[in-house]
Design a protein around this ligand. Sequence first.
Ligand code: HEC
Length: 378
Amino acid sequence: MIVGIAWIGASFYFNWLENRLDRSQPQEEGIAGNLWAIHGGGFYHLKKFQVAPPSLPVDLHWFKWEAYTTWLSGMALLFVVYYFNSQAFMLDPSKSDLDPFSAIALGLGTITISWLVYHYLCKSVLRSQPLLLAGVLVLLLACLAWQLDSVLSSRAAYIHVGAAIGTIMVANVFFVIIPGQLELVTALKENRQPDASPGKDGLLRSRHNNYLTLPVLFIMISHHFPSTYGNSQAWMVLVGVSLISIAVRHYFNIRHMKKQAIWILPAAMICMVVTMLLTAPKTVQNFSDAHIDDIDVMVVVNQRCTVCHSSSPTQAGFSAAPGNIMLDTVEQLKSHAPRVLISAVTTKTMPLGNLSAMTEEERTLLGLWLEHEINHPE
Ligand code: HEC
C-alpha cells in the first residue's frame, strides 16, 4: 500500500499535469506548454518540452521504483499470506479438490500467462483499434475472475486477479514504458531523432495502467469487505466494482475536456449503490423465540471453528487463534457474538474457505442462537 500510494499518486499527478498544461500560444521556444501551481507554501512553474531539451540535464528524475517496489512487496505478501499457508487461504473444498501445491502453481501460472496474453494482444492487429482492444481485455479479465473463483477460495481468486493486473501494469513500466524513455534519452545523447514507435507503445500501455489503477486498489483492500468476496457470485461483484471504478477514472480523465461527460460520475454512484443493495448479505430470519441449547451450539463450534480459533489451534499453519478470537467456551462465543454472526452466518466467510466443512443447517442453528443472544442477552 505504501509504495503503491507513491506510484499511483505520481501517476495521477502526471496525468493531471498533462491534461492541465497551458498550451495556448505564445510559448517560449521549444516549449509545448507550461503550468503554474501553488502547493505546500510555494509557487511552482513547470514546462513541458515539445520534443526534448537542447541538452540532457545533470539530474533527470525517473519514476520507476515506485512501480517495481509495489510489485516486489506485493508478491512477497502473496507468498507469505497465501502460499505459505495455502491450505487455509487458497483452497475451498466446496469448489474443487485441488491440493495446495496445484493451487499455488495455478496462481503463479495465471499471473505469468495473463501478462503474456496481454502483451501479445497489445502487439497484435488490435493495436490499431484501442477501443476494441480495451473491450477484449475487459472480457478476458472477467473470464479470469470467473474461472479462478470457480476453483479457488474467493479471497484467493480476488487477490490473483489483482496480482495479474498489477503484474501487467508493472511489466508495462519495466518492458515498454521505461525502454521507450531510455530511447528518448539515448537519442538526445547521440544527437539523433528518437525512434517514435516505443513512445507510441508506451502511451497505449500508460493509458491501460491509468484505467487499471482503481480496480487494483480495490482488490488490494477487498479482504476488509467480506460482503464482496463473501457473495455467492463473488466474481461478478469483482467485475462490477471494477467496471464502476474504471468509469470513475474515465470521468476524471476527461474532466478537463470541452466534451466532458458530467453524467458519468452520478451514473457510477448509482451503479455502486445498486451493487450494494443487490449484494447486501441477507440476515437470518428472526426466530428469537426458538430455544436452542448452548451445548448443541458448542458442539458445532468445537467441530468447525476451534481447529483455528482456540488457545491451542490444531490446524496446520496456525500457532495462535486468528485475530485473537478464541471460541473454546460459551462465554467466549457470546463475547464475539455480533462478529461471529456476520462472518459465519451472514457472509459465510468463516470457516476460512470452509475448510472444516460447516453445513447450512449448522449455520442456521448458530445464527438463531446468536440472534437470540444478541437480542436477549442475560
Ligand atoms: C482454517 C482456520 C479457520 C477456521 C476453521 C475458522 N476461522 Fe475464523 N478466522 C480465521 C482467520 C485466518 C481469520 C483472520 C481474519 C482474516 O484474515 O480475514 C479469522 C477471523 C475470524 C473472525 C474475525 C472476522 C472479523 O474481522 O470480524 C471471526 C468472527 C471468525 N473468524 C469466526 C469464525 C467462526 C465462527 C468459525 C467457525 C464457524 C471460524 N471462524 C472458523 C481462520 C479460521
